[in-house]
Design a protein around this ligand. Structure first.
Ligand code: NCD
Length: 302
């Protein structure tokens, strides 16, 4: 059965059949990206606005490239220097951007639920590019797509996620996506960074990196979200690195290493893991463009 997508605010709303449709589209767009022209002008005439209220390198540029590779026009909104300084609301800001002839919005905001709020009130597709500690659906999609491209399948794979589970929107989107794809999760963090309700979800929870990684097909390491930790959940960075940093000795031949970026080398990852032969960290970024092309195409033409 084919579904249609009106917004992508969270993985929660995505049926697994739609994830597979997105993977199929991403395959097609990935082929396009390897052609000399790199263009599939399927969205010519459409305009996409990027509203990033939080810092971003990969996600913002990847959405911009995805839209441009599809032939859409892109406008970037920058909160500083905008009329938000004069008291304009987020909704008014968005409505005014739409009034200029914009067909879809991609939004990143520290407020949990911002994308849901805009999706409820705006007449165009809204894509959540990260809402605070809540969800980051395209990141989880591109991570699992990277696994799919590497292994040729995802069902039955064991994925260990290590890091700041409490504040990571990437972790929450994976928690919601894994059951839809038959991926088995293992979760690993200091006890203070494990949301209490996650103990009841049936996934094994570890506080020891070596056991969490042993036998897993892939490891997704997350950044400590320093900017969201106002209650000092760990005593010191040195201690975090000593007990939770992933090191070459933890990994065995064939285990895939992923990280959504940005990486704090020397904190969550030993710097020598740059040379781990099965790292897929830059592949994640490459596949991210194809996944975001698929999302924009499905929302605007699907
Ligand atoms: C993630 C994010 O912003 O949530 N990064 C990303 O989108 N590539 C992870 C992070 O910031 O640690």
């Amino acid at each position: 059965m084919r579904h249609t997508l009106s917004h992508l605010v969270g993985v929660r709303d995505l049926p697994s059949s739609m994830v597979w449709q997105l993977y199929e589209l991403a395959d097609r767009f990935y082929d396009v990206l390897r052609q000399p022209t790199r263009k599939a002008p399927a969205l010519t005439g459409s305009s996409v606005a990027l509203l990033f209220f939080e810092s971003s390198t990969r996600t913002k540029l990847s959405f911009e490239l995805a839209a441009k590779r599809l032939g859409a026009d892109v406008v970037q909104f920058s909160a500083s220097g905008s009329s938000l300084d004069k008291g304009e609301t987020l909704l008014d800001t968005a409505l005014n951007i739409l009034a200029m002839g914009v067909d879809a919005l991609v939004v990143r905001h520290r407020g949990v639920g911002t994308a849901h709020f805009l999706a409820r009130h705006l007449p165009v597709p809204v894509v959540n590019a990260g809402d605070g500690t809540h969800e980051h659906p395209t990141q989880a999609l591109l991570d699992t797509y990277t696994l799919f491209k590497h292994f040729g399948y995802v069902e039955g794979l064991t994925l260990t996620i290590i890091g700041d589970l409490f504040h990571s929107r990437v972790a929450l989107s994976h928690l919601l996506l894994a059951p839809k794809l038959g991926i088995k999760l293992r979760l690993c963090a200091p006890p203070t960074l494990i949301p209490p309700l996650w103990y009841g979800l049936g996934w094994p929870i570890y506080t020891d990196v070596a056991s969490a990684v042993s036998g897993a097909h892939a490891v997704l390491v997350l950044r400590m979200q320093k900017e969201r930790q106002d209650w000092a959940p760990i005593a010191s960075w040195q201690e975090y690195a000593r007990f939770y940093q992933l090191r070459p000795a933890h990994l065995r031949e064939g285990q895939v290493l992923m990280h959504p970026g940005p990486i704090n080398w020397g904190v969550e990852l030993d710097p020598s893991l740059q040379y781990w032969p099965h790292t897929r960290i830059l592949d994640q970024v490459t596949y991210g463009v194809a996944i975001r092309m698929a999302v924009l195409y499905m929302l605007l033409r699907g």
